[in-house]
Ligand binder design. Structure first.
Ligand code: EPU
Length: 302
């Protein structure tokens, strides 16, 4: 979608929103898949109510992009614009055991920064790509921990009330790869309350998780992490593996040889290829195990 009306372009400048025409979303997602659309980069959280009113008044649909690491975007010219926060400097401030973090901050960098300041708890998430906001929205988890356990407070833009709000941790429900945030809520900032641990101890935990991840997941390849959620009491990866599907491909969309719940872009895969592979695997698992796999990856199909 292309914003060409000069009045809208001028207004975006006034409210500190940078407009990038025809951004290639393939370059903004870890899968390296996705078509083009205009990208609106938000420099000030406070502009959001004005920005959303402007888009609504001009019937311009939009989506919020985080780090693009758990996302499959459709091909071609996309029928909505994309909103993304510009990361401020600094993006984290510590106050005792509280870490005040901007949603656009890189998750891995924040875990390392906190570790160096003797704040731990998030060792399991090391190696998970993406922003803190994205991890929060999905309640990212690994190796027995989840980010939701540490949330003290979240600042977010709530599309329903069209305003910026602050929620306490106990007002939000964090479940397995699911939260009570509305789909059109935009994470802006979070306060995490992290346990005190020595840097040495945290580093040891980080090394163990890194090692486990390196040995079981295709880290160097373009992927969106796990494609399907694990059904209760089972592992989607193990089921797909048991069906002998590692290496199965549609075009350049391919099931990883290392972990069967990781589908990689082995070259120039299109969203169409990846969606066909996902549908095929879902059908096979349904037939063999009578289990309906639910997507973990978020799909923005045109
Ligand atoms: N397994 C296989 N073959 C495979 C993959 C896994 O047999 O191809 C077996 C493993 O040997 C193991 C079991 O299945 O016995 C579980 O595998 P793993 O430990 O890799 O965990 P997972 O359930 O597949 C989950 C999360 C990952 C997270 C890891 C580590 C989901 C969907 N996946 O994977 O999260 O990193 O545990 O905690 O919850 C993600 O969210 O994108 C993600 C990758």
């Amino acid at each position: 979608m292309h914003i060409s009306d000069p009045r809208i372009v001028a207004k975006l400048g006034e409210i500190h929103v940078e407009l990038r025409h025809s951004a290639a979303l393939a370059g903004l997602t870890s899968l390296g898949i996705g078509g083009t659309t205009d990208l609106l980069r938000i420099k000030k959280h406070e502009s959001l109510p004005d920005l959303l009113s402007l888009l609504d008044a001009n019937h311009i649909p939009h989506k919020f992009l985080g780090g693009g690491s758990n996302l499959l975007v459709g091909d071609g010219e996309l029928p909505w614009v994309v909103l993304q926060l510009v990361r401020p400097q600094p993006d984290v401030v510590l106050d005792g055991n509280l870490a005040h973090i901007d949603a656009a901050a890189d998750l891995g960098r924040i875990i390392t920064f906190c570790a160096k300041n003797d704040l731990g708890g998030m060792e399991g998430l090391i190696g998970v790509p993406g922003t803190v906001g994205g991890a929060l929205r999905m309640n990212a988890g690994a190796y027995g921990m989840q980010i939701g356990s540490y949330v003290r407070e979240v600042k977010l833009y709530r599309a329903a009330g069209r305003k910026i709000e602050v929620l306490r941790g106990n007002q939000i429900s964090f479940e397995y790869r699911h939260t009570s945030f509305a789909p059109d809520d935009m994470m802006l900032a979070v306060i995490l309350e992290l346990p005190s641990k020595s840097y040495k101890e945290i580093l040891q935990g980080i090394r163990i998780c890194n090692e486990k991840r390196r040995s079981s997941q295709p880290l160097g390849q373009k992927s969106a992490g796990c494609i399907f959620k694990n059904p209760p009491g089972a592992s989607a990866g193990r089921m797909i593996d048991e069906l002998g599907l590692k290496g199965l491909s549609v075009g350049d969309a391919r099931i990883s040889d290392r972990h069967a719940n990781f589908f990689v872009n082995a070259g120039h895969a299109s969203a169409k290829d990846m969606l066909a592979l996902i549908a095929d695997v879902r059908e096979r698992v349904q037939k063999s195990f009578a289990v309906s796999l639910e997507n973990e990856v978020v799909v923005w199909n045109a």
